[in-house]
Design a protein around this ligand. Structure first.
Ligand SMILES: Nc1ncnc2c1ncn2[C@@H]1O[C@H](COP(=O)(O)OP(=O)(O)OP(=O)(O)O)[C@@H](O)[C@H]1O
Ligand SMILES: [Mg+2]
Length: 237
């Protein structure tokens, strides 16, 4: 579904990702690991189309075989690509309802939308009062991540990137978020969980683990790779 070919990117002239190639398959779940500063969030931004990213001429991001490298982030979102931010943005004046209403305008009536948000919010243990407030404005770290999970499920993405949705989240909430995503994301959705936590991976059960180090994809493997990293760190990869 998404095929990355020779992806090299820089931000403000600084080279961050170096010649990454990988095929993501429809409906599979992946974990993306790597040391701090290795380029994981940049990889997610490059797929989503962050405007600060410059791609090398050889880089290709093929979505259903079409190169989307030059598409803006909103066009990529319309194709079904979703990114949950490591640090979710605050949107003063915009409630989660208003945001999703805009995104799903033709797909669901306002009443059905409100009802669905309420049901999902209850399942995620999100206080109803938060739904009326501006998105992420004054929310706690964990509350923001729960709202990201809610938006991911509401938007029914085809390719969903979750950048550390498990960080800043308490031990019960990690389980709640992981189970919620497992339960409600479509089996056809391809999911990529950027994470440092093997515990979170126990709940999300990725079929393949990717490791980025110094901007390169250095290793792929099964869950045993994540266990090895937990035991030995990244030094021998
Ligand atoms: N806007 C920017 N300008 C300059 N350098 C940047 C910018 N964004 C990222 N970088 C650099 O690119 C490198 C990779 O950053 P990135 O955020 O992708 O790492 P990461 O693997 O997600 O790390 P972490 O596990 O800490 O979230 C870092 O050295 C970072 O300082
Ligand atoms: Mg990051």
């Amino acid at each position: 579904m998404i095929s990355i070919k020779n992806l090299s990117v820089s931000i403000e002239g600084k080279k961050i990702l170096n010649d990454i190639s990988f095929d993501f398959k429809t409906g599979k779940t992946y974990a993306l690991m790597g040391p701090n500063g290795s380029g994981k969030s940049t990889f997610a931004s490059a797929i989503m189309g962050h405007p600060d990213i410059s791609y090398s001429s050889a880089s290709k991001i093929l979505f259903d075989k079409r190169n989307i490298k030059n598409l803006s982030a909103d066009k990529r979102a319309n194709l079904g690509i979703f990114l949950s931010f490591q640090t979710p943005l605050e949107l003063p004046g915009v409630s989660v309802f208003a945001l999703l209403r805009l995104a799903l305008e033709k797909k669901i009536t306002p009443i059905a939308l409100r009802e669905k948000i309420k049901v999902y919010a209850a399942e995620l243990h999100i206080k109803e009062e938060l739904l009326k407030r501006s998105l992420n404005d004054g929310f706690s770290g964990g509350e923001k991540k729960k709202l990201e999970a809610l938006q991911a499920v509401m938007l029914t993405p085809r390719f969903a990137l979750f950048d550390e949705i498990d960080t800043g989240v308490d031990t019960d909430a990690i389980k709640i978020i992981a189970r919620f995503l497992k339960k409600y994301l479509s089996p056809k959705t391809t999911s990529v969980f950027i994470t440092h936590s093997t515990r979170f991976m126990r709940y999300t059960q990725p079929q393949e683990v990717l490791v980025i180090k110094d901007g390169r994809l250095v290793k792929t493997g099964k869950d045993t790779l994540a266990k090895k990293i937990e035991r030995d760190g990244f030094k021998n990869l």
